[in-house]
Design a binder for this molecule. Structure first.
Ligand code: HMG
Length: 423
């Protein structure tokens, strides 16, 4: 089989990029037709998905080609409004592939639900009673949602914790291929009457938790520092700076928030493209970032001086789904999933976390070398030109002049455009 080449892909027009996909049979015929004809969510379906619907809302749909995860190559769909995100992910993935790609591991895949009990007079005694009844409670939860049990999933573990005025009952549920919000909420609500009776207290609420601490995924990569610079000394200097950037994100929450935002640039784009709930993934990721009581960067980079390699690692909850919710309703999601060979939920989670690490590598490399503005603003210039009203033909010229201008802003873009039109 000849190796698929992506050289020059970024320079092609969208139509030529689609041809590239077709020439290399990267999509099924059916999904290629959807893409070629811009077939998107119908108004009718949109109206079933949300309330007070007026129409549909578009965003750029792109791919980050050639990302190697656990030995397999993926072309990851990304939906984002921000310039330079896809470029940065593509750039980093290409370098990381040359060094062997990502290895990624799913530690567990269970979603946690909770029932918070209050007005419990003797919390310790109630805790004991609930513990003794845990088999019965798990059976109750199973009976409330039998279809997941038939599929080999369902509730696995029940435990309690006393926190201030509350006795909280947690349930870990294997939701298989689904995100499982409805299923876990149904189970938690089914437990309420028995839990109130056992604790002689009242239920405040029964709901799943987005801190999916039992759905952790880790992606790792090792890159030869030669990819940072051909000059040995400079490469070592930059590798040390990347490690320092990682250290800074561990100790300074101001930096950690931006560091993590950069990771979510990639993660959100793929989560959105694959029809998953990005608010749940963001909430879980940020909550996990402070799991030891201090908000920290989710990834770490270490310079291995012996191997002369930069070692990156990213761990966060990634309870994404391969079915359920709106996944089967949106034609764009069908195209996105096809790019990834319709992965199961665990494989999808490894791909998305790897993309997050690639995104983080590109941002840290830019920040510790040229600075973020050089690459990011070069691509941001396109948006400024378009905002100023430039046609696609004029955009090239406006961008060229904007990059070398003193103040790269919309006012300058408008002035350049005016001048071009005058000439
Ligand atoms: P460069 O070295 O100038 O790139 O970097 P290049 O022109 O030599 O191209 C190298 C490869 O990058 C290309 O290979 C593409 O794979 C990719 P080729 O296809 O040419 O063989 N690439 C592109 N792909 C698609 N479209 C493009 C494109 N350009 C390059 N137009 C680059 C340029 C932007 C990649 C680099 O400067 C970079 O990675 N910068 C970081 C940008 C970034 O992180 N953006 C995110 C938004 S900023 C933010 O929100 C997060 C942040 O605050 C997070 C944090 O603080 O940690 C920064």
């Amino acid at each position: 089989m000849t190796k698929l080449s992506w050289t020059g892909f970024s320079k092609k027009t969208p139509l030529k990029r689609r041809e590239h996909l077709k020439d290399n049979a990267l999509l099924s015929q059916e999904n290629q037709v959807l893409l070629d004809n811009d077939i998107q969510l119908s108004l009718e379906t949109a109206n079933q998905m949300a309330e007070n619907v007026l129409g549909r809302f578009s965003l750029p749909f792109a791919i980050c080609p050639d990302v190697m995860v656990n030995g397999d190559t993926y072309h990851i769909p990304m939906v984002t409004e921000e310039p330079s995100v896809v470029a940065a992910a593509s750039y980093a993935s290409k370098l990381i592939k040359r060094s062997g790609g990502f290895s990624a591991e799913v530690h567990n895949r269970q979603v946690i639900g909770e029932v918070a009990l209050f007005d419990v007079a003797d919390k310790e005694a109630a805790q004991l009673k609930i513990k003794e009844a845990s088999n019965h409670l798990i059976a109750l939860a199973k009976a409330s949602y039998p279809s997941i049990v038939k599929r080999g999933g369902g509730p696995h573990r029940l435990w309690t914790e006393i926190k201030d005025d509350f006795l909280i009952v947690y349930l870990a549920v294997d939701t298989q291929e689904a995100m499982g919000a409805n299923m876990v909420n149904t189970m938690m609500e089914a437990l309420v009457p028995d839990l109130e009776e056992l604790s002689a207290g009242k239920s405040l609420m029964a709901i799943l938790s987005n801190l999916a601490a039992e759905s952790l995924v880790t992606a790792t990569c090792r890159l030869s520092i030669r990819c940072l610079s051909r000059d040995k000394n400079e490469a070592e200097y930059l590798a040390n700076k990347m490690a320092l950037a990682s250290q800074l994100a561990q100790i300074d929450p101001y930096r950690a928030a931006t560091h993590n935002k950069g990771i979510f640039n990639g993660i959100d784009a793929a989560v959105l493209a694959t029809g998953n709930d990005w608010r749940a993934i963001e909430a879980g990721g940020h909550a996990y970032a402070s799991h030891d009581g201090h908000y920290r960067g989710l990834s770490t980079w270490i310079y291995d001086q012996t191997a002369k390699e930069l070692v990156g690692q990213l761990t966060l909850p990634m309870p994404v789904a391969s079915c359920g919710g709106s996944i089967g309703l949106n034609p764009s999601v069908a195209v996105a999933r096809d790019f990834l060979n319709n992965p199961d939920a665990k494989t999808l989670a490894t791909i998305i976390v790897s993309l997050g690490l690639a995104q983080n590598f590109a941002a840290l490399k830019a920040l510790t070398s040229t600075g973020i503005q050089a690459g990011h603003m070069k691509l941001q210039a396109k948006s400024l030109a378009l905002l100023a009203g430039a046609t696609p033909e004029e955009t090239k010229q406006v961008v060229k002049e904007l990059i070398t201008s003193k103040h790269m802003n919309q006012e300058t873009a408008q002035a350049i455009l005016k001048q071009i039109r005058k000439n």
